[in-house]
Design a protein around this ligand. Structure first.
Ligand code: HAM
Length: 424
């Protein structure tokens, strides 16, 4: 092809051959979300840039370096959504879903971040997310985490991921800690990496999860946020851990886990894997009790998470479950131009009789051998062959391809009945 028209760097196609795995993930998600009483929401891919700057935080990588922000033809400052928590809060506020109400919602869809593309890191990627509004008890974080854990189990990947937890306390507690941390980091400023030096005064908590080994060494001896937390905040975090333990869910505490978005308070968590190289974060989230108010609503507690679908799909390939077989059930081979109209009617009749089956009608010229080869390439399970003699006798040959069973000669009605009860 002409390279000038190639896909945008970091944005990928999901081809038909990849779809069974995507559908499986989507179907499991829909089922598990339903099992916990979460309702789906769909919000626009484009929102006002200010929404993301205000919610994710002006001094974050996402807002500073990664947003697809632009001015539209009427001069509005818009951005492709880098995540969807902000969009959910915006939609909740705009439609009066949040005040004095409890909402459990979920979404899936594309997000956009102008990061350096590499394996498992894209500029357009898909997330599935869950958000809960209106509940401030630690049971909510436990519920959200258990929901994700159930998804991992259903998908056969629970042995490939591990859960890390931390608490960030309240805004006021973080402010006290912030001062302590800045004082400490200032003493080691010269030894910090350039990014951390830049963040030191603007967003010092982000220094805590720097990947730079020198910075990590300094951070290891830094004051701990947990020491600035009130009894209530500690108890909240302990209760989350207690509820997870009561459900036999394993986790570890990582006191350097601060997440890349600024809206969190209290519990934060991440599911990590060792199986995807550098991109180890599969799912992340936490409580964000201040965000609704920051976006102009009344104070409303909230919590949620989002998972990266591409990363999860890579894990599915290593997991213990396989997606249910998809594919074409029946191929109608048409050997005679005279039979074309009959075959077309037959295909419609069979689709009516067996709506759950997938039926492909041969189109265009081709002898029996060629048609069977085409059917084989599609991975069909059965073929019906219609030629001159079948047309005359109205008795059709049903031939197993990938399916187990004998070749049979049947009427169209009989084939419809067989298909509707599920051919082997
Ligand atoms: P996040 O940690 O920024 O959180 O993203 C969640 C997940 O999206 C990550 O764990 C990762 O699997 C995936 N992801 C992020 N960036 C990329 C990328 N460039 N390519 C591929 N996958 C990626 C959030 O977005 C929050 N909104 C989560 C949340 C919901 N917190 C509360 N509610």
């Amino acid at each position: 092809m002409d390279k000038r028209f190639a896909a945008v760097r970091g944005m990928h196609d999901v081809l038909p051959a990849d779809m069974p795995l995507w559908h499986w993930l989507e179907a499991c998600t829909r089922r598990v979300m339903g099992a916990y009483g979460y309702a789906e929401i769909r919000t626009p891919i484009v929102e006002k840039t200010a929404l993301f700057a205000r919610s994710i935080g002006a001094v974050t990588d996402i807002v500073e370096k990664e947003m697809y922000a632009f001015e539209d033809r009427s001069g509005e400052h818009l951005a492709l959504r880098p995540e969807n928590t902000a969009g959910c809060v915006r939609a909740g506020l705009q439609h009066g879903l949040l005040h004095n109400q409890i909402q459990r919602i979920w979404y899936s869809g594309p997000m956009f971040r102008h990061e350096k593309p590499q394996q498992g890191r894209y500029r357009q990627f898909y997330q599935i997310g869950a958000e809960v509004f209106g509940l401030d008890n630690p049971g909510v974080e436990a519920e959200l985490i258990l929901l994700a854990a159930r998804l991992w189990r259903e998908l056969g990947i629970n042995h490939l991921v591990s859960l890390q937890l931390n608490t960030l306390g309240t805004l006021a507690e973080r402010q006290v800690y912030r001062t302590q941390l800045i004082n400490y980091l200032e003493q080691h400023r010269h030894a910090l990496d350039a990014d951390s030096q830049r963040r030191l005064t603007r967003n010092p908590l982000r220094v805590l999860d720097s990947k730079n080994p020198n910075t990590q060494q300094i951070v290891a001896a830094a004051p701990k946020l947990i020491d600035c937390l009130s009894t209530a905040s500690r108890e909240h975090f302990e209760r989350v851990q207690y509820l997870l333990s009561e459900n036999q869910l394993a986790f570890s505490i990582n006191d350097q886990l601060v997440r890349g978005l600024d809206y969190y308070s209290h519990t934060v968590f991440e599911w990590l894997t060792d199986h995807l190289g550098a991109q180890s974060a599969v799912c992340g989230g936490g409580r964000y009790d201040d965000l609704v108010e920051q976006l102009g609503g009344r104070a409303t507690p909230a919590a949620g998470w989002a998972l990266g679908m591409e990363r999860l799909l890579e894990l599915l390939k290593l997991g213990t479950s396989t997606p249910p077989a998809q594919g074409i059930d029946l191929y109608i081979a048409c050997l005679d131009a005279e039979a074309e109209a009959y075959c077309s009617r037959l295909a419609e009749q069979l689709r009516t009789a067996a709506p759950a089956c997938s039926i492909v009608l041969h189109q265009g010229p081709g002898g029996l051998k060629q048609q069977l080869r085409r059917a084989d390439r599609l991975g069909v399970r059965w073929t019906v062959i219609v030629g001159e003699s079948e047309l005359a006798s109205q008795q059709l040959v049903l031939k197993p391809m990938r399916a187990q069973g004998e070749q049979r000669t049947l009427s169209a009605l009989e084939i419809g009945a067989l298909l509707s009860t599920g051919l082997p």
